[in-house]
Ligand binder design. Structure first.
Ligand SMILES: [Zn+2]
Length: 223
């Protein structure tokens, strides 16, 4: 498999049918044999932050995945284009940043499809990391559902910026999917932690790659 990343397919062996019937497929981490990390940025694109993130990534030759909110893409088409021009991946984060637990199923699914018209990705991340089993099973037909194994907590304004950095460097390992936010609420923490995380792992020989839609789809076939 190209991409410089060898995937160990064994971790994705299908469970028995009766388990599949009551579960949905979600990806928390990518099994890799190399020092690779997957940075992800939720909620953008947003004026006053997305460009700074793109510049910071550029300084380290890093690629990432932006889980965009459809209405923000609509408001900021030039920023969305810049993300794509930079060679980064994009994913669907609903059109209106809906909470699956508090939204009627049909409205939730429609909102995801509406976002798809703006974003055009087969990667999906549910806002708040919450998704009902039924919604997940429906979306699995078209999307790879991407969660994470490392949460920076950058959106928590009570948290000191150095703790946000610590949340990442204490937990990340090869193949980790790390969550940051392209959201003004997270700006102070992000602007402290992101350059340091990029520097720390670059020195340790890590590369930062975008999540690859096709590769993940192969791991996550329609059920
Ligand atoms: Zn979000």
């Amino acid at each position: 498999m190209k991409l410089g990343t060898k995937l160990r397919v064994s971790l994705f062996v299908k469970p028995p049918g009766w388990i599949r019937k009551f579960s949905a497929k979600m990806i928390w981490r990518v099994p890799v044999d190399e020092p690779v990390l997957y940075l992800t940025f939720d909620d953008g694109p947003v004026a006053g932050l997305t460009e700074w993130i793109l510049e910071s990534l550029n300084q380290f030759g890093a690629k990432a995945t932006f889980f965009c909110v459809g209405e923000n893409v609509r408001k900021n088409p030039e920023l969305f284009a810049k993300i794509l021009d930079g060679g980064h991946a994009v994913g669907n984060h609903t059109y209106s940043h809906l909470n699956s637990y508090r939204t009627r199923l049909s409205i939730y699914i429609k909102d995801v499809h509406r976002a798809h018209k703006e974003i055009g990705s087969r990667l999906f991340r549910p806002p708040y990391g919450r998704i009902s089993l039924l919604a997940a099973r429906i979306l699995n037909r078209h999307y790879s559902i991407i969660l994470w194994d490392v949460l920076s907590m950058d959106y928590d304004r009570e948290l000191e910026p150095r703790m946000v950095m610590y949340n990442v460097v204490s937990k990340a390992r090869p193949g980790s999917i790390i969550v940051f936010h392209d959201n003004i609420k997270a700006r102070e923490n992000l602007q402290y932690a992101l350059p340091r995380v990029l520097d720390h792992y670059s020195r340790a020989g890590y590369r930062f790659l975008p999540l690859d839609e096709k590769l993940l789809k192969d791991q996550n076939p329609a059920s």
